[in-house]
Design a protein around this ligand. Structure first.
Ligand SMILES: Cc1ncc(COP(=O)(O)O)c(C=O)c1O
Length: 360
């Protein structure tokens, strides 16, 4: 982050400044080796230590037990939309919960591999809500149930860890992983592209319960089979060495800050500030999500016209507030306030919003 800019982009997104500074310091000669981490063999002992530290960093940040394993893959969260059914469907059917644009994509992809039941969708009401756990009826014979814990485009978030009463739970947590403690023991598989709270783009983190690895069908393409990563320290081929290195640094930073528990406190405070500004604007700003579904990571709102929204984004950009334009598919404004966004950034945005509204 350069000094005068606050980056509200949805992802790739803001990274903690101390992480970038450390990476800069080590860029040309990694810890006295005389070469950059980017130039180093992924099979070298120096690199093995980096990979181990990133894996352990996530293990500890997520509070994992030995039942789960952390894997590093490529192909983004989007590739998980295919890998999850390829590895876990086993000729059965799966339940899908659709609360936004990403869940819809995950469902469409899974349907290419077998039978899927959409047991909940808020599409008809514009992806503004999140179902209560006891509203959901899971299929007893489902191979798994898939949901998206935070919908990055729509700005709706599950305020609880889903309990599917014995059906294995698979979760796309791309945009809220590490933002608060998750009860990972409740999940069969959690995945996320790194480029929001975990690190840079180009790495996907998969946390898988180890027993699932035992029933994966044979014959999958090597790089689309979770076992290839589990059996080879996440290196069935050359990994994204640079990305994994940065993930290790982000985990160190997170631990120094007090971990996900401290993040939950800070993130709730930042989101409250922003939602209060929206709610006290006499309708000048209108939040997209229902109150109980509001995301603490991606705050989506509208102004009274698209022209006004355009002016808002342009003026904000000039004031050093970057990346506020909503996703191209829905428009509006979206402020992404991930772990690395300081409170000061949100205070500056709220100040800008008040000034923008008062001038009109
Ligand atoms: C919740 C969610 N799922 C999936 C994706 C797709 O991720 P990727 O671009 O890493 O494939 C995104 C991207 O922003 C996302 O926010």
């Amino acid at each position: 982050m350069s000094a005068a800019i606050y980056n509200f982009s949805a992802g790739p997104a803001i990274l903690p400044a101390p992480v970038l500074e450390k990476a800069r310091e080590e860029l040309l000669s990694f810890r006295g080796t005389g070469m950059s981490i980017m130039e180093m063999s992924h099979r070298s002992s120096d690199y093995e230590a980096v990979l181990t530290s990133a894996r352990q960093g996530l293990h500890s940040a997520l509070g994992l037990s030995d039942d789960h394993e952390v894997l590093f893959l490529q192909g983004g969260a989007t590739m998980q939309f295919s890998m999850v059914p390829m590895n876990l469907l086993h000729g059965r059917s799966a339940d899908y919960i659709t609360t936004g644009a990403w869940g819809k994509k995950a469902l469409a992809e899974a349907a290419k591999f077998g039978s899927v039941n959409e047991i909940f969708s808020s599409a008809d009401t514009g992806f503004r809500s999140i179902p209560a756990n006891d509203e959901l009826r899971f299929s007893a014979d489902a191979a798994y149930v898939h949901y998206t814990s935070n919908e990055t485009i729509d700005g709706v978030e599950f305020p609880y860890d889903l309990d599917a009463g014995g059906v294995p739970v698979v979760c796309d947590a791309s945009s809220n992983i590490l933002s608060r403690p998750f009860d990972v023991s409740k999940y069969a598989l959690i995945y996320g592209g790194a480029q929001k709270n975990i690190g840079p783009s180009g790495v996907t983190v998969v946390v898988i319960r180890k027993d699932l690895l035992e029933n994966i069908p044979n014959g999958l393409p090597t790089l689309l089979d979770y076992r290839s990563y589990a059996n080879a320290e996440s290196m069935p081929n050359t990994p994204n060495t640079w990305g994994i290195y940065l993930i290790g640094l982000v985990c160190e930073w997170l631990a120094e800050q007090g971990g996900t528990q401290e993040m939950a406190i800070r993130n709730a405070a930042k989101a409250k500030l922003l939602y209060d500004a929206i709610d006290s604007s006499d309708g000048f700003y209108r939040g997209h999500a229902e109150l109980s579904a509001r995301s603490l990571m991606n705050v989506t709102f509208r102004l009274t016209s698209e022209d006004m929204e355009d002016d808002f984004c342009n003026e904000a950009e000039r004031a050093g507030l970057s990346g506020l334009r909503g996703h191209r598919s829905v428009g509006g404004i979206r402020a992404s306030i991930y772990n690395a966004m300081p409170l000061k950034g949100v205070e500056t945005l709220v100040g800008f919003m008040a000034e923008f509204a008062s001038k009109r």
